[in-house]
Design a protein around this ligand. Structure first.
Ligand code: ADP
Length: 323
């Protein structure tokens, strides 16, 4: 088998492992990040997120296993990889007296030797992309946390990277700042793939397509976000609200082979059911019909329960990380 094949994934890790003097920071990570996704890399403090990012950027070497970025090995071809990757550190530092425009110009000159007007055009484009046109000529020392992060994203983007790695881009921001940063990330989706680490569940829920959950150096889940939120396999639950004389319907539904459990609660003259099913297709197909066999029963609502990411996260990594 050709182990350098990553099936069009931008990042592909195979048993990626890092040990620091006996501490297993990361153990056998297998991860695939599809092109043009916004991939949330989620986990509590100490889970191994920064260690993974450092290895992807070639800043530290794996103890075992390997990682490919654009099908190139990160240790053997680290220069070629880095040319196509933009990176925003957790707490970007700036020359505070410089303006946003000067800062971006300075960054752009690292990458382009071309004519001045081309550089200026790129700077202008970056300012617009992150919504800092109005602040372009103010010194950075007056910038809010969100504006600093957006400037950092602009810097990381200046050479049109095909992959953007952001380390906790919204962690230290107020709600408005976080919203602005997430909006910029959404805008960038059409240009690049974004891999970002975070411990903030709300942000992941808003902006990611796929999520990996890391805990104590190991992957505990990796899926499209909607799949995690809908529950899968053993945890699909339907919420049903019905009125009328419901005992016949309840008995009919409860004895189906695809029903694991059914709990009922009365509520203002209606009855709410939570039906845990083993086969969502069968439930979708048959449950309403079974209920409505009784003409005296009416259905007020019927739908699959969505979990919020916090429930999913806590069920996977345990209460100890609820800090
Ligand atoms: P996260 O970014 O998810 O908070 P890290 O990757 O920083 O997690 O850390 C994972 C584990 O590796 C932690 O137990 C941390 O203490 C340990 N670790 C990280 N860097 C080093 C280092 N340079 N030396 C020793 N241990 C480290």
């Amino acid at each position: 088998m050709d182990t350098n094949t990553s099936n069009g994934n931008v990042i592909h890790t195979q048993e990626l492992t890092k040990t620091y003097k006996g501490v297993n920071a990361l153990q056998g990570l297998n991860l695939q990040v599809p092109r043009n996704s916004i991939f949330g890399f989620l986990g509590p403090n100490g889970a191994g997120k920064s260690t993974t990012i450092k290895m992807l950027l070639g800043l530290t070497r794996p103890t075992a296993g390997k990682a490919l970025i654009f099908e190139k090995d990160i240790t053997q071809e680290s220069l070629a990889v880095r040319r196509k990757v933009g990176y925003l550190a957790q707490d970007p530092r700036y020359y505070e007296h410089m303006t946003a425009r000067q800062t971006l110009r300075y960054t752009a000159r690292f990458f382009y030797q071309g004519p001045k007007d081309l550089i200026e055009a790129r700077v202008e484009e970056m300012l617009e992309l992150v919504g800092l046109e109005d602040k372009a000529d103010r010194p950075i020392k007056g910038f809010s946390g969100g504006e600093r992060q957006r400037l950092g994203i602009a810097q990381a983007q200046v050479n049109y990277p095909d992959l953007l790695i952001l380390d906790e881009p919204a962690a230290s921001l107020d709600p408005q700042g976080r919203r602005d940063v997430l909006t910029v990330m959404e805008t960038l989706r059409k240009h690049t793939t974004i891999f970002y680490s975070t411990h903030i569940l709300d942000d992941v829920q808003r902006v990611s397509d796929r999520v990996a959950i890391l805990n104590r150096g190991g992957l505990v889940a990796e899926a499209p976000i909607q799949e995690l939120l809908n529950g899968s396999g053993s945890s699909v639950v339907y919420n049903v609200t019905i009125k009328g004389s419901v005992s016949g319907a309840q008995a009919r539904v409860a004895r189906q082979p695809w029903v694991r459990s059914l709990s009922a609660k009365s509520n203002n003259g209606a009855v709410n059911w939570q039906v845990n099913v083993s086969d969502a297709d069968a439930a979708e197909d048959q449950m309403l019909r079974l209920i409505l066999e009784d003409r005296s029963v009416s259905v007020k609502s019927f739908g699959r329960k969505t979990h919020n990411l916090e429930e999913v996260f806590l069920s996977m990594v345990g209460e100890e990380s609820k800090k």
